[in-house]
Design a binder for this molecule. Structure first.
Ligand SMILES: [Zn+2]
Length: 502
């Protein structure tokens, strides 16, 4: 792993927060470090409060922001004295932590601070970088993972056993570091979770992450935990994919988007001993709100397998619940035995986030298997995070229900103004719209936004087949065809079996 830090670029950033945004984005640019809202960063600085006094603050990533695209307004400015006081409390409920942190914010319009704000505050350095680096969690999530981390990093890092994120984690680090000489540490490894690095210098803090992750990658390489996957071939049955989407939509009680992952890595993974390795649990607990604890494994008997998954999920809920309310029991992703995987979301964005998480997890699991065996957290620990109100709050922000949410529409003659308007209207209402036309202009017109422009000759069997294959593999089915059925007979005929499953 190489540092992306550019001294000339960094010199442009004169204030603490701008430099913090710069190195946060460097971390976010590498998906093997953080994925979709994962990880968090902070900088300790000063701010002027409403009384005109200059106070010490922690500028910490706001909950729900993504390091890849974060801006200055994505950071919350919280009084340091309040955060340090919280670290000394014996107990603190989630509700009181959120309330206390909000009350200590300098600008109330900023987002809620990350759930790890107290932990960032107690680390006595200006810059703090936290990632869920694949290479590090691959090693922690193996048999005797802690011993391997010790062997790799020696005294360089402090190892923290797994504990739920939030106040209890901050408290544990606080207690474990009372007598520690922070200057002797280069980082903190959180078992089954990730890595913290820190320094008074933004570049050093960022590059410590890169250096430690690079060491972890080399460790995996030297111990043969590498993958060399040759091309894998498989043929997914399109109608079967649409039937699976329908079944999952019925369980979810609303239409979903189902994205096929038939990359050579996903197919290779699905050909392994998946009944054993795919159902051990997620790579880091914060994936669980996206992926659920385990996937459903599907064969030709997918209806029965989906029902069994639902029953198992309800059982898992009953075994672990205190006073929580059951979430929808449908799976969020599936391993199609020998054929790759499917990810399910209420829109394409959500399904593709799960697909990205799957890609990183499949690789990590396969490597961990070569390093003595993949070992995830137990059901109880995963349940706690899955049903944690602060995690569920992250999802609620993006769950607006739209009239055509999860629906897939093909619209013909999309260069024509009337059809174009219709395409935009349906897209605004939540539909995935595939706008087709014989005129190649269609690809330019719909090159941005949520509508996909496809050049397609509706008299060509080949074009129609490739269109349908693209739509069903990318989104799961076809719910609506906006075309004159007589004029577009061939297209209508090919779409009909899918429309009937809508
Ligand atoms: Zn984390």
């Amino acid at each position: 792993m190489k540092s992306l830090y550019n001294d000339a670029e960094a010199k442009k950033y004169k204030i603490d927060l701008d430099l913090r945004v710069y190195t946060s984005r460097l971390l976010g640019a590498d998906t093997s470090l953080v994925l979709h809202g994962g990880g968090n960063t902070s900088v300790k600085s000063t701010a002027t409060d409403s009384c005109g006094d200059v106070v010490d603050v922690l500028l910490v990533k706001g909950s729900g922001w993504d390091l890849e695209t974060i801006k200055a307004e994505g950071f919350a400015s919280v009084r340091m004295d309040a955060l340090l006081k919280m670290a000394e409390l014996k107990e603190l409920s989630d509700k009181d932590m959120v309330k206390g942190q909000r009350a200590a914010m300098i600008d109330q319009s900023a987002p809620n601070p990350s759930v790890e704000a107290i932990l960032h505050a107690i680390i006595p350095f200006k810059f703090v970088d936290h990632t869920h680096a694949d290479a590090v969690v691959t090693i922690t999530n193996t048999q005797n993972g802690e011993e391997k981390i010790k062997e790799l990093f020696g005294e360089k890092v402090l190892i923290i056993p797994y504990i739920m994120p939030g106040f209890v984690l901050a408290k544990l680090v606080y207690e474990m570091t009372r007598d520690v000489d922070w200057n002797s540490l280069e980082g903190i490894v959180l078992m089954n979770h990730g890595l913290f690095t820190f320094s008074d210098d933004a570049k050093i803090s960022y590059e410590k992450t890169i250096e430690l992750v690079d060491m972890a990658e080399n460790y995996l390489f030297k111990r043969g935990a590498v993958l060399d996957i040759q091309n894998q071939s498989t043929t997914a049955d399109l109608l079967e994919l649409a039937k699976i989407r329908k079944e999952v939509s019925l369980i979810k009680e609303s239409s979903i988007i189902s994205v096929l992952n038939d990359s050579k890595e996903a197919i290779y993974f699905s050909k392994q001993n998946i009944e054993k390795i795919a159902i051990k649990g997620p790579l880091t607990p914060d994936h669980v709100i996206r992926t659920k604890r385990v996937p459903v494994i599907l064969t030709d008997e997918f209806e029965k397998e989906l029902q069994n998954f639902v029953e198992d999920y309800k059982q898992y809920f009953l075994e672990n619940k205190k006073d929580e309310i059951l979430l929808n029991p449908a799976p969020n992703f599936a391993i199609l035995k020998g054929k790759g995987s499917l990810s399910f979301g209420k829109n394409a964005k959500e399904a593709n986030i799960i697909k990205d998480i799957n890609n990183h997890s499949f690789e990590a699991i396969l490597k961990a298997e070569k390093l003595g065996g993949y070992k995830a957290l137990g059901q109880k620990e995963i349940f706690e995070v899955e049903y944690w109100s602060l995690e569920q709050a992250k999802l609620k922000k993006s769950s607006d229900e739209l009239e055509y949410g999860g629906k897939i529409v093909i619209i013909v003659d999309a260069v024509d103004e009337k059809a174009r308007e219709k395409a935009f209207e349906l897209s605004k209402k939540g539909a995935v719209v595939i706008a087709i036309d014989t005129n190649c202009e269609v690809e330019k017109i719909f090159s941005t936004g949520d509508i996909i422009g496809v050049k397609c000759d509706t008299d060509s069997d080949e074009d129609i087949k490739s269109l349908i294959s693209f739509v069903v593999k990318s989104f799961g089915g076809i719910d609506m065809l906006i075309a004159d059925k007589l004029q577009y007979k061939k297209l209508a005929e090919e779409c009909t079996p899918f429309l009937e499953l809508s």
